[in-house]
Write a protein that binds this ligand. Structure first.
Ligand code: BDP
Length: 594
């Protein structure tokens, strides 16, 4: 799915700002038709933002159900001959959209974009009313899953993942124009042949028979290095400048739709990083060279704005990661804003790209986040309806992110149940579909501690073993010596059993900034530091370990509970991005110049 762009033939209008907003726990707006008029009794709400922490009221923070947003936009009068599209970069977790009185879009899933051709519903030069109802309910059929309980205080949302269920319009909203005939999708797959690079392109378009596709590949200086004709083909670049970790070199692939008289009808610019990714035995290769992941599992999370995308926060986080010498991160536990992947592309940061399938595990999470023990995969809990939503989430992730050179590995779920025959049955079709959609990238999922080497029945479907382990924290608490022995034993079992590269996608310890101890005391800054150092010693002893991503980059908000103190504190930075002591140790490990 192409991002909106300003080009010679296209224009964008950003709809961010203050929108009229109103919660609707009873669902009254859908029957009363609130889209037909101004929202009754509305307050103002920023877009993008999670609405939860904007208002100092638990009713807002813990709201379950519909939330209405409304704004008006004047459609540029210069768009008279154009196709007009309304695009939401995300709406968490689902939305219905109206333009004036007409429903134009519905979308399920809180972290991927959707759009509607609204040409027939707007008049260039005039105002249009845009109304969106965003719903945040999580059920057995949603990704991520959850369950709603009736309590004396009203409906309460339960969920099985460890981050706060922020909701609202978290990313930009756009009105944009394209010509009626237009480029609708581009897929670029790159290869290397010695010093040369190849770019296989496929351009989809909605166009007339006498219009043809023409592609031009330019280097970073704007010099044309290859050209092609037709909707599909392979371009060759001699002496290619490769995209590589730390070197985010991008070419510009312009796809133009050209009429028989030579007029350019539509033009779209797709960034392309020429690189290869493959798994060879226990090695993870980028451009044929072994790559070792250093970095973090992150969250889109900050005070006040919740999960909203924010350029200042994004650039700051990337600068902090660079200061540490981190070369990668995982988009735990959902697809991040496209701005983040674009930045990673430009700066040579390596990304493990994850769906929002987190908490598919009632063995683990059921005991922590719920009071009732249930079976994970069953007709009453997580069954075929969830699997269908999950498949769609995989499709939308790959459709959105397939052209990012920074994305080197797909993660289709975090810590699902994976040690039962039911889990294997659930995951087989998901792996098959992801492979069909993208045969070019390695594929995996993140394994949970409850399904260790020898017990996991899903890992053999993956190209890479990704594991989250908490030796020294949830088990062997405060005992780093036993933790070290157990960690090493398990990693060796993975290495021997699977013969695949292993990435430790989570390890860490909750740490209260400012709490100090001379002995191994969980929650202290020194314990975090010593626990991480212990993991690093073990990783350095096992060749098959090709990556270390600490949990977490920064402290983050969770649902309230007796095992969280104002959120999860496993950050190497606080939520305000101040370093804990271990940041300086990491900087010495990862940033060889520091
Ligand atoms: C893992 C989850 C992650 C949690 C982390 C923790 O993948 O989302 O935040 O543990 O407990 O189970 O800190």
């Amino acid at each position: 799915m192409l991002r909106p762009q300003d080009t010679a033939t296209r224009e964008r209008k950003n709809l961010n700002g203050l929108w009229a907003f109103r919660l609707d726990a009873e669902g009254a707006g859908r029957s009363a038709g609130w889209w037909r008029d101004g929202l009754p009794a509305a307050r103002e709400m920023p877009v993008p933002a999670s609405y939860n922490d904007i208002v100092p009221d638990l009713e807002v923070r813990d709201h379950v159900g519909d939330a209405w947003y409304q704004t008006t936009v004047r459609v540029p009068k210069g768009w008279a001959e154009e196709r007009v599209v309304l695009r939401f970069d995300s709406a968490t977790h689902r939305a219905v959209v109206w333009v004036n009185d007409t429903e134009v879009a519905r979308h399920e899933g809180g972290y991927t974009p959707f759009e509607a051709d609204v040409t027939a519903h707007v008049t260039p030069g005039e105002q249009a009313r845009v109304t969106v109802v965003v719903n945040n309910e999580l059920t057995w059929e949603t990704v991520p899953p959850g369950r709603i309980e009736d309590t004396p205080r009203g409906r309460k949302q339960k969920y099985y993942h460890d981050f706060f269920n922020y909701a609202g319009l978290h990313r930009s909203v756009w009105l944009y124009s394209t010509p009626a005939a237009h480029v609708s999708d581009i897929t670029a797959v790159t290869g290397l042949e010695g010093a040369a690079g190849t770019v296989h392109y496929t351009v989809a378009s909605e166009s007339a028979a006498d219009q043809a596709v023409r592609v031009t590949l330019r280097d970073a200086e704007g010099v044309t290095v290859a050209e092609g004709e037709g909707a599909e083909g392979t371009l060759r670049v001699e002496d290619v400048h490769r995209w590589a970790p730390g070197d985010g070199y991008l070419y510009d692939l312009e796809a133009a739709l050209v009429a028989s008289d030579g007029t350019v009808v539509d033009s779209y610019h797709q960034s392309v990083g020429v690189r290869t990714v493959e798994v060879d035995g226990t090695r993870f290769l980028i451009n044929g060279e072994p790559f070792y992941f250093t970095g973090f599992g992150k969250h889109e999370d900050a005070a006040i704005r919740g999960k909203a995308h924010d350029d200042a926060l994004m650039v700051h986080d990337f600068e902090l990661m660079e200061w540490l010498g981190a070369n990668s991160f995982r988009t735990s536990h959902y697809p991040y804003a496209e701005e983040v992947l674009d930045y990673a592309d430009r700066h040579g940061v390596v990304v493990i790209d994850e769906t929002a399938a987190v908490g598919i595990n009632l063995g683990l999470a059921g005991g922590i986040f719920d009071d009732v023990k249930r079976v994970t995969f069953s007709d009453e809990t997580m069954g075929e309806p969830l699997q269908r939503t999950h498949l769609q989430a995989i499709r939308e992730l790959i459709a959105r992110d397939k052209n990012h050179p920074s994305v080197v590995l797909w993660s289709i779920a975090n810590e699902p149940e994976s040690d039962t025959p039911e889990s294997r049955k659930y995951f087989e079709p998901l792996f098959a579909e992801a492979r069909r959609l993208d045969p070019t990238r390695p594929l995996g999922f993140v394994n949970v501690m409850l399904a260790p080497a020898g017990k996991c029945l899903v890992s053999d479907l993956a190209d890479v073993v990704m594991v989250n382990r908490y030796y020294g924290w949830y088990v062997n608490t405060g005992d780093l010596e036993t933790a070290e022995a157990e960690l090493e034993k398990e990693l060796r079992a993975w290495a021997e059993g699977q013969g695949k590269p292993i990435i430790m996608t989570e390890y860490g310890a909750d740490t209260v900034s400012g709490l100090h101890s001379v002995v191994d005391m969980p929650w202290s800054e020194e314990y975090q530091d010593r626990l991480l150092a212990m993991y690093h010693r073990v990783f350095d002893r096992i060749d098959a370990v090709v990556g270390e991503q600490i949990w977490n980059f920064a402290d983050f908000a969770t649902s309230p509970g007796i095992f969280r103190v104002d959120g999860n504190k496993k950050g190497v930075f606080t939520r305000e991005r101040r370093p804990k002591g271990t940041a300086f140790t990491l900087r010495r490990r990862w940033n060889k110049d520091a």
